[in-house]
Ligand binder design. Structure first.
Ligand SMILES: [Ca+2]
Ligand SMILES: [Ca+2]
Ligand SMILES: [Ca+2]
Length: 306
């Protein structure tokens, strides 16, 4: 029995479509966005909004809307996010703090899509940044490298309301990010800057705590995690589940995305797998590029068989 047939025994017919990642066609910027909080006009006018963010693992609609935009040019990659928020709140001011202890906006970026060596960036409404490199996902041993800094990174926050003042009702806050291509070249594993039509794996997350009028987190209330491309589990560190950004050209499917996600499911139910596949997951499939499994053709055969 081949690997693909083994995988077929644990995957149900709805799995692949249910896990199809979000994709976004990022226009090339005519002029660099000034990072001034204006996301509707100027350079940003050219970039469409993503779909609204969804709960990371359920079908519950988030309490507050979140959406994002992406642009690129010869210099770097631009990301903007708009977050509805009646009480904008942030406390952390030190670079490389654990920013998700505040409400935040997060970017996860894996240019070569191998599930290893990917960049994470978190920022709060005080424009404090935590940027790091993951050598591997945590469950494959990490480690996170906080000392990794995106050189030349620029970020900007606009608060539409008042920060840390709970007497009024705010509209929300926006985050804007410019990552120079030069800051990614060492870790990209692919052409950087990307060529027109290139596709990179990416996802966004927003962590939202429930905070009382004194600016204290409500005890024993877990945070919400709202994301662009659904993860299906409360874990952003499953890069095979992220979305895709395509840099210009005609938007096309991401090759291998469906297969990656069948493998993702196999990872989570190893007890249901025949011994050969168990060994293969324990070996950490993130180590390897998808092509080494030779499953593309087999998987499609499996799918055709139903
Ligand atoms: Ca990578
Ligand atoms: Ca850092
Ligand atoms: Ca306020």
């Amino acid at each position: 029995m081949g690997r693909a047939e083994c995988l077929g025994t644990v995957a149900d017919g709805n799995l692949v479509s249910a896990l199809t990642p979000r994709s976004y066609l990022s226009p090339r910027a005519d002029t660099p966005p000034p990072l001034d909080g204006n996301l509707e006009s100027g350079a940003w006018a050219k970039a469409p909004w993503t779909s609204d963010f969804v709960d990371i693992s359920t079908t519950v609609t988030p309490r507050f809307r979140t959406r994002a935009k992406m642009l690129w040019d010869d210099t770097g990659f631009y990301i903007a996010a708009e977050m509805e928020e009646p009480h904008v709140w942030a406390t952390l001011t030190e670079r490389d703090s654990v920013i998700f202890h505040d409400n935040d906006f997060e970017v996860f970026l894996d240019p070569d899509g191998d599930g290893h060596r990917y960049v994470e960036l978190e920022m709060n409404a005080l424009n404090t940044v935590w940027d790091l490199l993951l050598v591997r996902p945590y469950r494959a041993g990490g480690p996170p490298v906080d000392g990794f800094d995106l050189k030349g990174l620029r970020t900007h926050v606009t608060v539409r309301g008042t920060l840390n003042d709970f007497k009024d009702k705010d509209q929300g806050w926006t985050a804007e990010i410019m990552i120079p291509w030069a800051a990614l070249q060492q870790v990209a594993g692919v052409a950087c800057p990307p060529k027109e039509g290139d596709q990179w794996r990416i996802n966004f997350s927003r962590v939202q705590w429930q905070v009382d009028e004194a600016g204290k987190k409500r005890p024993n209330v877990p945070e919400d995690n709202w994301v662009w491309s659904p993860q299906e589990v409360i874990d952003m560190h499953r890069p095979e589940r992220w979305g895709v950004v395509q840099f210009g050209g005609e938007l096309r499917p991401y090759p291998g995305a469906e297969e990656y996600q069948v493998l993702a499911k196999a990872w989570e139910t190893p007890e249901a797998l025949p011994p050969g596949v168990r060994r293969f997951t324990v070996n950490d499939y993130f180590e390897l590029h998808l092509g080494e499994f030779r499953i593309d053709r087999d998987l499609r055969t499996w799918r055709a068989k139903g």
